[in-house]
Design a protein around this ligand. Structure first.
Ligand code: SF4
Length: 492
């Protein structure tokens, strides 16, 4: 008889919380009814407030916290963050998301709607958008929620109702672009990438995965072939949750060499204190373009035993950096002598999340300050066209520059693997069949990519493409040339 391995504490936690997850799904399905019950309860709490205020606050807080944890734990899988947003998140507790996102879902949702990190759990945030649809106050999910105040963890949100401070904190939408919004401040001149995007010419960026080395010349030499054919390169930040040379350092080297790179910043590895300091430092080193990402879970990386941070999510990171830029201050309120001149961007995943969720989710990022968007790989232009039509219907293409992610497929086998293992990758069977028939699948993959780029270049409202070819700088050149983009960019 085979012996059973003892469960880890995480596995124990999963087993314990499984019934609570089923209850959460029940609550989401009955969100309209429960919303009415909860509204009635909040109303009663407000009515009792004068009596409650006469009681010793500590004892009341302890009694409320214990009762609330029990009741909301069963009904909503509540984690007692102390800043309840259930009424705005379809009665699905956002804190049971393994990345504790305040603005989700992330782009890692699996094709079956389950979680990137815990594959046996339905995505908490897809449930939230689903539950919000049937609620009277469901539109509140489209607001951008502020980062958590971790000091409130374990405290009672019912107590906050008594104290008249129950509404979840939200982020104000961006009002203007750049530091011109500051009284008396001259807007800093835009960088090369921003100028190119504003000019309306079709723009090309590429992902740069720098070599892990302390040799600055080797890093610049690897980037050069990309920068010869692209308008800018994105320097990844711990791509795939693996340890690599820092994005700031590589961007600083490229900026010193006269380029205008895009620094990627992931919320996975640093908290709000570290990120604000890093971005201000980056700006002092001549880096303007910042792509804000929530970041992948650490499970697929080279050190899955590490502690994930996720203090901010992409939306709250954008709003944080906007505060540095437009208000010359850190989140704490401390003044910055000279504000950083930042051009902020965010990611989109048109195929991982249904468009009716992805488009309003992107609208939140744009409200928070994103002025350029780069997407996950697109191999299915027709499906993308449908998504982009929704995006344009909302007028979002007039508020940001939208760039579509593309890349070469190495073989039919690689394509099948990507389709089954990477969130939001949709590869039509016809593409895989073409790779299978090709004598040189690698070359064919580049041709397919170039054809996709040509189709995208003709799509109204698109600002450009972002080419992702992991450590294949020569492939990027082939794609740009095959697509005729040099001619397009030169004559447009
Ligand atoms: S897929 Fe992403 S947003 Fe959804 S529960 Fe998992 S980590 Fe959270």
């Amino acid at each position: 008889m085979a012996s059973m391995a003892p469960r880890t504490s995480l596995e124990n936690d999963r087993v314990r919380t499984r019934p609570r997850r089923s209850a959460r799904r029940w609550s989401v399905r009955h969100s309209r009814l429960l919303e009415a019950v909860y509204d009635g309860f909040s109303w009663a709490l407000e009515g009792l407030a004068p009596v409650a205020r006469a009681l010793p606050p500590r004892a009341l807080e302890a009694a409320f916290a214990a009762t609330e944890a029990g009741v909301k734990g069963v009904l909503f899988d509540c984690r007692m963050c102390g800043q309840c947003s259930l009424g705005a998140t379809g009665l699905s507790c956002a804190m049971s998301c393994p990345k504790t996102l305040r603005n989700g879902p992330c782009g890692g949702v699996r094709p079956d709607g389950y979680c990137e990190i815990e594959p046996e759990m339905p995505c908490v945030w897809l449930d939230a958008w689903h539950g919000a649809k049937s609620m009277r106050g469901g539109a509140a999910i489209e607001m951008a929620f502020a980062p958590l105040d971790h000091r409130r963890h374990g405290r009672s949100s019912w107590m906050a109702v008594i104290e008249g401070d129950a509404a979840p904190r939200t982020l104000a939408p961006a009002r203007g672009d750049q530091a011109a919004a500051r009284v008396g401040a001259a807007a800093p001149a835009p960088g090369a990438l921003e100028r190119q995007l504003r000019s309306g010419r079709f723009c090309i960026t590429a992902e740069f995965n720098p070599p892990d080395t302390a040799d600055a010349d080797a890093i610049c030499a690897r980037a050069k072939p990309l920068l010869e054919v692209c308008d800018s390169v994105n320097v990844t930040d711990g791509a795939g949750a693996n340890t690599h040379i820092s994005s700031i350092a590589v961007c600083a080297l490229l900026a010193r060499a006269g380029y205008d790179p895009v620094m990627q910043v992931s919320c996975r590895d640093r908290n709000r204190i570290a990120i604000q300091g890093d971005v201000l430092g980056a700006a002092a080193l001549g880096i303007r373009n910042v792509l804000c990402l929530t970041g992948d879970g650490i499970g697929g990386g080279d050190q899955p035993e590490a502690k994930p941070v996720f203090d901010l999510d992409c939306t709250s990171l954008l709003a944080t950096l906007r505060t540095l830029r437009d208000e010359s201050r850190f989140l704490s309120g401390t003044r910055i002598d000279r504000a950083p001149a930042l051009f902020l961007g965010a990611t989109a995943n048109p195929f991982a999340v249904p468009a009716e969720v992805e488009v309003p989710r992107l609208a939140k990022k744009i409200d928070a300050g994103a002025r350029f968007i780069q997407t996950q790989f697109c191999f299915d232009v027709e499906a993308f066209r449908e998504f982009f039509a929704r995006f344009r219907d909302r007028g979002l293409d007039e508020r940001c520059h939208f760039m579509v992610g593309v890349g070469p497929l190495a073989s039919a086998r690689a394509a099948r693997w990507m389709r089954s293992n990477i969130a939001g990758i949709r590869i039509p069977d016809a593409v895989i069949a073409r790779l299978e028939r090709a004598a040189d699948a690698r070359r064919e993959g580049r041709r397919i990519c170039a054809e996709i780029v040509q189709q995208l270049a003709e799509m109204p409202g698109l600002a450009g493409v972002h080419i992702m070819a992991f450590r294949q700088e020569d492939a990027v050149r082939d794609i740009v040339e095959d697509a005729g983009l040099r001619r397009l960019t030169a004559t447009a």
